[in-house]
Design a protein around this ligand. Structure first.
Ligand SMILES: C[S@@+](CC[C@H](N)C(=O)[O-])C[C@H]1O[C@@H](n2cnc3c(N)ncnc32)[C@H](O)[C@@H]1O
Ligand SMILES: [Zn+2]
Length: 371
């Protein structure tokens, strides 16, 4: 069937029935991810003019590589599957574009060659590819992780194995996934004296996507490792507390309700998950012609305003616990700000928010408005 995305026409296997069906090599539900990738590459080139080479490490239909080549990048498309490679070649040709096409295990390719930008987009966890990427990328590593159940602690053992960390299944599960992933990537970069700075990270439907700018300096790697730490979370009263550093000292009882159902997670990334100015620049690079333009810009706006607090709350869940009706999110956040706290929406869902207020303080600040 024929698919159009970002002004590019692709042929992918499979029949179109109603709408665009998912095919082995093309997932239409990742269009937002790919539109934001193109906008990010544009914004990144403005920031780092020497960035020229882009590795689409798991190319499948070739879509990312084709779109990047159409934008003037010097592209390499790689895939381990012969059928994917044939498809990627045809899709480049169909669009009159050139790229180097490699039929290889991309781990071997990354060890042989250096790229300015490497884009890892595997099925499931990206960790088997992280070391080779950090060892051989100059500027920017882009990573998709679709294994959200392991990342958020719902599939606990798998999360521990893939990320060498302890994820916990909390109310803020997508954010747990973001911070477990960033922690594992920062430790992977650290092995090669590479420091990572997240320029843009989002958790959307069933994946986490992050763009990490690299600095090839031991002190930068130390600084990134310095952003790691542990989180204690009380399952009874939702109290949470973080501690920086790689030596865990988890709470045994909750200092707020004295309950013993306290979960410890980590090491997780406690630092900012995006650079506000960079996200604004990405938003400016999203053209109206992208199918997901409105959603992509809205996501950027939310990320630009989102506080750096490492966990978020869900307004509806809190209100349900209190037996009170929820009000409009903007009024709720305004009440928190009027009481002297910082408060913002969080991009994890329409009812999620961040604040530096504790659960009791949130209730006190907002309950008069919950009628
Ligand atoms: C999720 S798909 C990629 C989707 C594509 N990037 C897109 O945006 O539509 C994952 C691809 O990774 C390829 N793959 C898996 N292991 C690989 C490896 N070790 N080296 C290269 N490609 C690999 C698979 O053949 C598959 O085509
Ligand atoms: Zn408690």
């Amino acid at each position: 069937m024929r698919v159009t995305e970002g002004g590019i026409e692709l042929e992918v296997p499979g029949e179109q029935t109603e709408g665009i069906e998912e095919s082995v090599f093309y997932n239409p539900r990742q269009e937002l991810n790919r539109d934001l990738t193109i906008a990010t590459l544009r914004a990144y080139r403005e920031r780092e003019e020497r960035a020229e080479t882009y590795l689409d490490a798991m190319t499948a239909s070739g879509i990312r590589g084709v779109r990047a080549a159409a934008d003037g990048w010097d592209v390499t498309c790689c895939d381990v599957e012969a059928d994917a490679i044939d498809l990627a070649r045809k899709n480049l040709e169909r669009n009159g574009l050139e790229a180097t096409v490699e039929h290889r295990n991309v781990n071997a390719l990354m060890h042989d060659s250096t790229f300015d930008v490497i884009d890892l987009d595997p099925y499931g966890t990206p960790m088997p590819f992280a070391d080779a990427a950090f060892a051989n990328c100059r500027d920017l590593v882009c990573v998709t992780a679709t294994d959200t159940a392991p990342l958020c602690g719902a599939h606990f053992n798998s999360g521990v194995r893939s990320y060498s960390a302890v994820p916990r299944n909390t109310d803020y599960h997508a954010e747990m996934g973001v911070r477990i992933l960033l922690s594992a990537l920062a430790r992977s970069g650290g092995r090669f004296d590479v420091g990572v700075e997240p320029l843009l990270t989002h958790a959307t439907s069933h994946y986490v996507r992050t763009y990490l700018e690299l600095e090839h300096k031991a002190t930068s790697a130390d600084a990134a490792i310095g952003e790691l730490g542990y989180l204690s979370h009380c399952e009874d009263c939702l109290y949470r507390e973080t501690s920086q550093g790689l030596i865990a000292d988890p709470l045994e009882t909750c200092p707020h309700c004295e309950g013993e159902r306290v979960l410890a997670a980590g090491p997780i990334w406690l630092g900012p998950v995006r650079d506000r100015a960079f996200v604004a620049a990405v938003r400016e690079e999203v053209p109206d012609s992208f199918e997901t333009a409105e959603t992509a810009r809205e996501l950027c706006r939310t990320l630009e305003a989102e506080l750096d607090e490492p966990t978020h709350y869900d307004q509806h869940k809190l209100c349900r616990n209190w037996g009170l009706p929820a009000n409009a999110m903007e009024d709720f956040l305004e009440d928190l700000r009027a009481a002297g706290f910082s408060a913002s929406r969080a991009h994890y869902g329409g009812t999620t928010f961040k604040t530096n207020a504790s659960v009791d303080e949130i209730r006190e600040a907002t309950e008069d408005g919950l009628v």
